[in-house]
Design a protein around this ligand. Structure first.
Ligand code: ADP
Ligand code: MG
Length: 394
């Protein structure tokens, strides 16, 4: 069977990148990457290239207090100092899409006030047509993939990310579900103060996992992974694990922040993913792997069965039981084995038919892997994944 033409695909991808390169969406993505990427954790061959590309990306500008005040007044219909007992004018965090200030409600509760950057939603909405055009260009090179449906999924999810009222609703449902959990927490949302451009939630005093050391860091990393994988069983994935957005408090509870990038997942797909991981863990389970992956619909059963030994070989220690330190060397090992099997992997990838609803779950997995590698965390990652995808948060 002739596979898709990779030179055609490369050409289409570069034309699509040209089309999107100067958009607000691309700038946001690059600014986010610049704030988060750990250059030291990248393989040496790509490190310089990435460093050069990101050097020209501007840091997000700090919104002045005046600009923040306008957003808050529009949302609350009154000046912020009439609504809150206090709010610090200097932000605690400046991010590509938002800025966060610490404040206090009139009841005396310390809160985090997250403000969406003015103008962003309009700019991104105006670019959505370009994203469809880029998808159409790539679609010509990948006839088996429904690029229009994938583009629609990305568009809908990105629009969710620009609506803090929606984000507040999702955060509220997580906070409720984890209310009695012994080790995980999500800050309560102050609904009456939350609007399309403003999200107010309980302030969390804690240390970001990125700033922890030693066994405390490994422990927090395991809690973080358990949260993100267990969320799939809860029915909603949080697709943006970020070591700055998970705070360990003095009692040892891990608080998860930032519910901007989420998506509902169907229980039968999560169960099939759990079956696939169980089969991946066993050298003699190619058949079960084929059936589970076929149930998800990415590949035929035969294709997936054939990919079982390849996936196990590329993953190496990550597909075997026991404790593994996920660090630059582990990632590099996976990269080198993938490079050695490049043609086989590419041929397989080009035959894949990714479902739009799996994009954000895959984004979660990729970002979780990158986060754990950045933390250089040691843990029984395979066993943890198997348990969390079956039992959720326990
Ligand atoms: N409830 C909170 N308690 C303490 N700090 C918070 C809280 N919410 C946000 N922050 C701080 O603000 C930063 C950015 O908030 P986040 O919701 O992640 O914004 P964005 O969606 O733009 O990434 C967090 O990494 C954290 O440092
Ligand atoms: Mg964040």
């Amino acid at each position: 069977m002739a596979g898709p033409d990779t030179s055609l695909l490369r050409e289409a991808a570069s034309r699509a990148a040209e089309l999107l390169g100067t958009t607000t969406g691309a700038r946001l993505a690059l600014q986010g990457l610049k704030q988060r990427v750990d250059l030291d954790a990248l393989p040496p061959e790509v490190r310089d290239q990435v460093a050069r590309r990101l050097a020209s990306v501007p840091e997000p500008e700090t919104l002045s207090w005046r600009e923040v005040e306008v957003v808050l007044r529009d949302a609350w219909g009154a000046k912020p100092d009439r609504v809150l007992a206090a709010i610090e004018h200097d932000p605690v965090a400046v991010r590509p899409a938002s800025q966060v200030h610490r404040g206090q409600t009139q009841d005396g509760d310390p809160v985090a006030v997250k403000v969406l950057r003015p103008g962003l939603a309009t700019a991104l909405r105006n670019e959505l047509g370009l994203a469809d055009a880029a998808a159409a260009i790539v679609g010509v090179a990948l006839p088996a993939v429904d690029m229009a449906a994938l583009a629609r999924e990305v568009r809908e999810r990105l629009l969710d990310e620009l609506d803090l009222e929606y984000e507040g609703g999702v955060q509220r449902s997580f906070a409720r579900a984890l209310r009695r959990h012994p080790e995980l927490g999500v800050p309560k949302v102050h609904s009456a103060l939350t609007h399309e451009n403003v999200l107010v939630s309980d302030w969390v005093d804690g240390t970001p996992v990125a700033a922890l050391t030693g066994t405390q860091r490994d422990h927090a990393a395991a809690l973080l992974a358990g949260f993100h994988l267990g969320a799939a069983v809860f029915g909603t994935v949080h697709a943006d694990p970020d070591p700055r957005d998970a705070l360990l408090d003095a009692e040892g509870r891990l608080w998860i922040l930032d519910f901007g990038a989420t998506r509902a997942v169907a229980p039968d797909r999560v169960a099939a993913a759990a079956d696939a991981v169980d089969a991946l863990a066993r050298s003699d389970a190619a058949h079960g792997f084929g059936a589970a992956v076929a149930a998800i619909g990415w590949f035929t059963e035969g294709e997936a069965r054939g990919a079982h030994p390849l996936a196990r070989a590329v993953l190496g220690p990550l597909a075997k039981p026991g404790s593994v330190r996920l660090d630059a060397a582990t990632v590099d090992g996976v990269g080198q084995r993938a490079e050695a099997a490049r043609d086989e992997l590419l041929a397989l990838a080009l035959r894949g038919r990714p479902a739009p609803e799996d994009l954000w779950p895959l984004r979660m997995l990729g970002a979780l892997g990158a986060t754990l590698a950045q933390l250089e965390a040691e843990g029984e990652w395979l066993a943890l994944t198997q348990t969390a995808l079956r039992d959720g948060w326990g």
